[in-house]
Write a protein that binds this ligand. Structure first.
Ligand code: FAD
Length: 427
């Protein structure tokens, strides 16, 4: 493990500050050791793949960055008649993987032959292009959780959707994990057709994307019913830059923010992303959400106060949005849980034990993000309050999860548990 490593060299945006701690594990035991070190020292963890979809703050990351490039377990293709099972380490480049599968005469990875980054990042993001996506080929993923325990997840449990996955969901819930390897299924194809597709996609990419300038690809997610690039273009922002900075809406592809000459700071890029999102919202009433993962603290980040409270002590007057979480199962009715608070592990495990909890928490995060997005300035200062009966079990748990999710979505979050200490009469 090393200290104070400059992360800009590890991102395609070519900006960003230092990692306080940095490691490149090469096997599962080294990952487990890293995670234990982080836990023992109360450090935040960020897992960096190829850095092709990350904007890391100039202030850096005040925790441990685990870079996965060393998880380079060989690409192994096992043929079985007209299909093949392919396995590989999460740190392998997606492009190397896709090309190797194609060269072996199997179809299905052509879409990925131009997408930068690693296999782990591609699964996390469910990367895709030209009608193909990781969902079409991935069957299983191995990962190690924050307690150092290995898991395997497959099929529908991967929850692969438009630029999302169960891993993006876990990150939103503040969970720590490292994807270590993948398994994919592909079918035999016609070599000429495979090559023709790869060449066609390559030509399209070269013609339409600014591949010679640092960027993280498409900066924004595609809003339902629209194309981000077209909305930006129609707002008159092709080639737009703020205050002469080197961060610019690409004149070649409006969906890309580029860092000309690698001279822009991460803050310059961040300011441009927010300004473009506000301007498009002002013109079309459509809020563009970054596809790029925003890591660390930026000036001008939307401030969100997340508060837990008990309805028996009254709704907080200052809340812009109030959630009632009394429909969740109540730990109060389990005698040994009664004296604990929503911050205690047994309460978290109890509430996590119900299938509906995950969807419920996702709903809180989504509804809060939607409410913030509808504000003309993106947020200003926003207070969201989460209430249960007495304010120390379910509301505390949900507020914690909501805060982690908003933090992972690029908000500056302050959490307060208003009624946690008041009494122990109910949950
Ligand atoms: C020129 C250019 C073109 C692009 N074109 C496309 C495109 O066509 N389609 C597309 O979908 N994307 C595209 N992208 C974006 C990018 O290539 C993808 O999102 C890619 O999948 C990111 O992979 P990465 O390894 O770089 O992930 P990173 O940027 O390093 O990380 C992305 C997220 O994944 C998490 N993560 C990464 N690896 C792991 C792991 N092993 N365990 C746990 N979490 C992990 C990170 O914590 C982070 O939250 C483009 C980018 C560029 C620069």
């Amino acid at each position: 493990m090393t200290e104070d490593i400059l992360l800009k060299n590890y991102t395609t945006f070519k900006c960003g500050g230092n990692a306080r701690f940095f490691d490149e594990p090469t096997n599962e035991q080294e990952i487990i050791d890293d995670l234990k070190y982080a836990k023992d020292n109360n450090l935040d963890v960020f897992v960096l793949g190829g850095g092709a979809n990350c904007l890391i703050s100039d202030k850096g990351f005040d925790g441990l960055v685990i870079r996965t490039a060393g998880l380079a377990e060989e690409i192994n293709i096992t043929e079985d008649g007209d299909t093949a099972t392919v396995t590989a380490g999460a740190g392998i480049k997606l492009i190397s993987f896709a090309v190797k599968v194609a060269n072996a005469g199997f179809a299905g990875t052509e879409f990925a032959t131009g997408i930068p980054g690693t296999l782990g990042g591609a699964v996390f993001m469910n990367a895709g292009a030209y009608g193909g996506e990781m969902r079409d080929i991935i069957t299983k993923v191995r990962y190690i959780d924050g307690d150092g325990i290995p898991h395997e997840v497959g099929g529908d449990d991967l929850k692969l959707g438009y630029r999302t996955s169960v891993f993006a969901q876990m990150a939103r819930q503040g969970k720590v994990f490292v994807i270590t390897g993948i398994e994919a299924k592909v079918r035999r194809g016609d070599r000429e057709e495979i090559n023709a597709k790869i060449n066609e996609y390559k030509a399209k990419r070269t013609a339409s994307q600014p591949l010679d300038v640092p960027s993280a690809g498409s900066t924004f997610k595609r809003p339902e019913g629209y194309f981000a690039g077209k909305l930006i273009d129609d707002t008159g922002l092709r080639g737009y830059a703020l205050n002469g900075s080197s961060a610019q809406v690409s004149p070649k592809h409006c969906g890309f923010v580029v860092n000309n000459g690698g001279k822009a700071s991460a803050q310059d890029v961040y300011d441009l992303i927010r300004d473009v999102s506000d301007k498009v919202y002002g013109k079309f009433g459509v809020r563009l959400e970054p596809e790029v993962r925003i890591i660390g603290e930026f000036d001008g980040m939307p401030d969100v106060n997340v508060m837990s409270f008990g309805f028996k002590y009254g709704e907080p007057a200052e809340a812009d949005l109030v959630f009632d979480v009394r429909t969740l199962k109540n730990p109060y009715w389990v005698p040994e849980l009664r004296p604990l608070s929503g911050l205690d592990k047994p309460i978290i495990e109890y509430l996590d034990g119900f299938e509906e909890t995950e969807g419920f928490v996702e709903g809180l995060i989504k509804d809060t993000s939607d409410a913030i997005a509808k504000r003309p300035d993106g947020a200003g200062k926003f207070t969201v309050a989460v209430g249960c009966t007495g304010g120390h079990h379910r509301s505390v748990f949900c507020a914690q999860r909501l805060a982690a999710g908003l933090k992972a979505s690029g908000y500056h979050v302050v959490t307060r548990h208003r009624d946690i200490l008041k009494d122990n009469a109910d949950g």
